[in-house]
Design a protein around this ligand. Structure first.
Ligand code: ADP
Ligand code: MG
Ligand code: MG
Length: 876
């Protein structure tokens, strides 16, 4: 006996998606639950795979099973395949496990030939309908099975309709018959074959064509882009036809059980009267909203609405359905989970939970954390987008949409912004000294750099739209312009960016503000009830801290003190400190910075009243704070009244071949302890000051880039010494922690030693990834995207944590650290803290919290909750 290759719809169910494909499992499940579905059968995905294994032949036994199943259809429908007196016609529909639009269309009305067409005309007393069905069949079979260019058919049809003078429904039986004959001539010419008259030959060829389509160019490309395995195979559904083109009491349509863009609970969809197949999607005529059906065919609508609800209840989710009405009788042809926007996903999940269809945990799981990105940022007005043309596309580096006048210089950006102008900063790439321009801009656009380039990281931190690495852009600082192809945008011209898609548009496009709905708040509160891991934010200034708190951050996991160095005039004092030759000079400069830092910290502490604030001591290499071109160096020297040549030599001497591994992190504070001392004093004086105001302050001082315990120790002692002094002076004691970042492999390996001193760890997974993988993210742009494309690496390790490698260091570091200090608090503050997949991993490793940019806090909260639900499921 041969294998079972064919399942009647009544033999399958929803669980059989692998074997029957999504469409086959869907129609089987509907059949099983009593929804009206035209009878049919599914040829399994295994049959498709075996077809290839045996050299593009039908597997043994398949054809016999198809014939047997056709007999069953004949019994169920009372019609006979190929019988002119009462012809059975079928649809042949492909359907893989995952929907693959555009891979292979459906052949309708199969089984028609000269004889059955005439039979159908007599039987239905509707020659026009028969001719229309035949015309469609020849066209679809010619295009899909025989591979004739569909344009040629469309051209004939368009001609017959007088190029839009008439509609398809205006064509008479005679005209349609003539068109079908012309089609057959085209087929003869292009494919070199006669149109097959034998229905079983038609069926055999159509099934083989579906199998072949699995390995067509379009399908392979689609799978590559969407990461769908080539080994799945497609199912083939053969189903008796129902006809939406039998007159004005017939129709075909598609609908969602709820609105897929807003989540509104009313049925949302469109239908076309007297139409068949893809007419709605193809836009042959303008379809009518489904609400019209309620007026024109109230009983059919009522039945449809009941089935829609029933399907939703059954699948516990919104369904996207296809249906056809044949002379007033409703038939369902497809059901699947409906794709939806982020906003709709939230509303639908919350509504379904309120309706008791799903529980809260399921609601929390239903929303893709990535989809929240859409909700938290302004978007381009969907209406305006419809008619806009995209100039070029770069990397979607930081979501949100914004418009502004193009500027190419950070100083200019600041200047214009101060006069109330909206600007978009366009650079080849950005550097730390561009920071003020980035702050001033509505959005940032770079021609170079990846998802973790300076521009991308800083923009995400500020929640500002950024498109990075738009390689087609030719930026000219000399001309103050950027061009793509023949389009040039000059300084002052308006541009619009969509940082969520990477699209760039010329001109100002209207944007719409996100509204954080009550549903959103409710869903997040459910997530908070469920999750066990904390979520903090990376925030450097009070304003960011406030935003973070509104988004639900439970503290600050990383304040990069150096970001405060660029604001206003203080960069001058910082430069003075760096250029100092003696400790005294350095102290003098530091004394200017201290009160500024103190007031920054006070602001942060106030914003985070009651919550912990982790402040990192100075981290970046010093040359990042210095100007590099001669002109700027001269200006700086003039400001300090110094000799420009000496300043230049000093700047030169600070240049590093490999700054990432150079004089930075705790190395700075060890060689220049006065820097750490100043920062510690600013922190504790700020803490004392706000404490006096009644703020509940929890400072945590964090030493970066430690590799050896002997590096941490002196810094820790210094911080504690300063704390003691400040507290003694003030007569106030404030509890605080001293900890370290774990961002070098050696630190992870010796975490047990380090935890002897450190009261907390925060994994700096950006540097840990760089140092563990031995690649610099500033230089990885040339090969890393290609690595990901060629699947040498599954993901960009700077976006999603490399679990096997870097992740192991995180796990080991955590375990070793806690072996010394069981109550060690462990968090992470790299870019990965806002990446859902990484958040799940950190939960599994048992971290106390993740810290991410303010706008990603809700995403991390949701991902952490989903991770906790995953645990609960595994435990069952
Ligand atoms: P796709 O995967 O592209 O949606 P389908 O197999 O669902 O392809 O078919 C597309 C359309 O063809 C359906 O929406 C429906 O209008 C029509 N169709 C499919 N099967 C039948 C059938 N048995 N009877 C009538 N129309 C059908
Ligand atoms: Mg289609
Ligand atoms: Mg479909």
């Amino acid at each position: 006996m041969s294998k079972k290759w064919v399942y009647l719809f009544r033999e399958g169910d929803a669980t059989m998606r692998d074997l029957l494909g999504g469409k086959g499992a869907g129609v089987a499940e509907m059949t099983r639950t009593g929804v009206p579905v035209p009878p049919g059968f599914t040829i399994t995905t295994e049959a498709c795979n075996t077809y290839y294994d045996v050299g593009q032949q039908f597997p043994e036994g398949l054809w016999d099973q198809v014939i047997a199943a056709m007999k069953d259809l004949e019994v169920q429908t009372g019609k006979t395949f190929g019988d002119p007196a009462n012809p059975l016609l079928v649809a042949v529909r492909s359907g893989a496990k995952f929907s693959m639009p555009g891979m292979m269309d459906t052949v309708l009305n199969l089984g028609l030939n000269q004889a059955t067409r005439e039979g159908l005309a007599q039987l239905t007393d509707n020659p026009r309908f028969a001719a229309d069905a035949y015309r469609r069949f020849v066209q679809l079979f010619g295009k899909i099975v025989l591979g004739v260019d569909g344009e040629r058919f469309e051209h004939v049809l368009d001609e017959a309709k007088g190029h839009g003078q008439r509609q398809d429904t205006d064509l008479s039986a005679e005209e349609l018959t003539k068109i079908a004959e012309t089609f057959k001539g085209i087929i003869r010419e292009e494919a070199g074959v006669e149109f097959p008259e034998d229905p079983y030959e038609q069926l055999r060829e159509a099934i083989a064509a579906v199998f072949r389509s699995w390995n067509g160019r379009r399908a392979r490309d689609y799978r590559r882009i969407n990461k769908i395995a080539d080994s799945l195979g497609t199912g083939v559904n053969v189903q008796s036809m129902v006809f939406g083109n039998m007159g004005n009491d017939s129709a075909t349509g598609v609908a969602f059980t709820r609105n897929p863009s807003t989540g509104d609970s009313a049925i949302f969809g469109e239908y076309l009267v007297n139409a068949q197949g893809e007419d709605v999607v193809a836009g042959v005529r303008t379809p009518q909203p489904i609400s019209r059906l309620q007026e024109t065919m109230p009983e059919v609508y009522a039945e449809f609405a009941t089935i829609a609800k029933q399907l939703e209840q059954h699948y516990h989710d919104v369904q996207d359905v296809e249906f056809t009405i044949e002379r007033g009788k409703l038939w369902m042809l497809q059901t699947r989970a409906g794709k939806r926007t982020g906003a709709a996903a939230v509303k639908i999940a919350v509504d379904l939970a309120h309706e008791g269809v799903i529980d809260k945990a399921t609601a929390v799981q239903r929303v893709d954390p990535h989809a929240l990105d859409q909700l938290l940022h302004p978007m381009i007005d969907p209406e305006a987008r419809k008619t806009a043309t995209v100039l070029t596309t770069g990397l979607p580096a930081s979501p949100g949409a914004a418009s502004g006048k193009a500027v190419f210089d950070p100083d200019e950006a600041e200047l214009l912004a101060n006069t109330g102008e909206k600007v978009v900063l366009i650079r080849v790439e950005t550097a730390p000294e561009d920071f003020h321009g980035m702050v001033a801009a509505q959005a940032i656009l770079t021609a170079r750099g990846g998802m973790t380039s300076h521009a991308a990281v800083v923009a995400r931190g500020m929640g500002k739209p950024c498109v990075a690495g738009a390689g087609e852009l030719r930026v000219s600082y000399a001309d103050q312009s950027v061009s793509v192809g023949s389009v040039t945008i000059r300084k002052g011209d308006w541009v619009t960016l969509d940082g969520g898609t990477g699209e760039i548009f010329a001109g100002a496009m209207p944007t719409v503000e996100p509204e954080l709905s009550e549903d959103f708040a409710e869903l997040m509160s459910w997530a908070d009830e469920i999750r066990t891991m904390g979520v903090r934010a990376n925030a450097d200034v009070p304003n960011d801290a406030e935003v973070a708190r509104q988004f639900g951050a439970e503290g600050i996991g990383l304040c990069r003190t150096e970001h405060m160095f660029f604001e206003g005039d203080r960069i001058d004092a910082v430069r003075e400190m760096i250029l100092a030759d003696t400790v005294e000079e350095r102290r003098a400069a530091l004394a200017k910075i201290e009160p500024l830092q103190q007031s920054d910290f006070e602001g942060l502490f106030r914003a985070m009243d009651g919550l912990p604030v982790t402040i990192r001591t100075l981290d970046p290499p010093l040359h990042e704070f210095l100007p590099h071109d001669d002109h700027e160096i001269e200006a700086l020297a003039a400001k300090f009244g110094a000799d420009p040549r000496r300043v230049k030599i000093k700047v030169e001497s600070l240049r590093e071949a490999n700054p990432m591994l150079g004089f930075r992190g705790c190395r700075l504070g060890i060689i220049y302890p006065e820097i750490t001392e100043m920062q510690a004093r600013a922190i504790f004086k700020a803490a004392v000051a706000v404490k006096r105001e009644g703020v509940d302050v929890h400072p945590e001082v964090m030493i970066p880039l430690v590799g050896h315990l002997s590096e941490l120790k002196p810094q820790e002692e210094l911080v504690r010494k300063v704390a003691a002094e400040v507290f003694a002076e003030a007569g106030i004691e404030i509890p605080y922690l001293v900890g370290t970042m774990i961002e070098l492999p050696r630190a992870a390996l010796t975490a047990d030693e380090i935890a002897g001193v450190a009261e907390f760890f925060s994994f700096g997974t950006n540097d840990l990834t760089q140092t563990a993988l031995g690649l610099s993210r500033d230089d990885a742009g040339r090969f890393l995207p290609l690595y990901v494309e060629r699947k040498i690496m599954a993901d960009d390790p700077f976006q999603t944590i490399d679990q096997r490698g870097v992740g192991q260091l995180v796990q080991m570091g955590t375990e070793r650290g806690r072996s010394t200090r069981p109550n060690l608090k462990v968090g992470i503050c790299g870019e990965h803290g806002g990446d859902p997949a990484s958040v799940v991993f950190f939960h599994q490793v048992g971290l106390n919290y993740v810290s991410c940019s303010p706008y990603r806090v809700p995403i991390a909260r949701l991902a952490a909750a989903q991770a906790a639900i995953g645990d609960a499921k595994r435990d069952k």
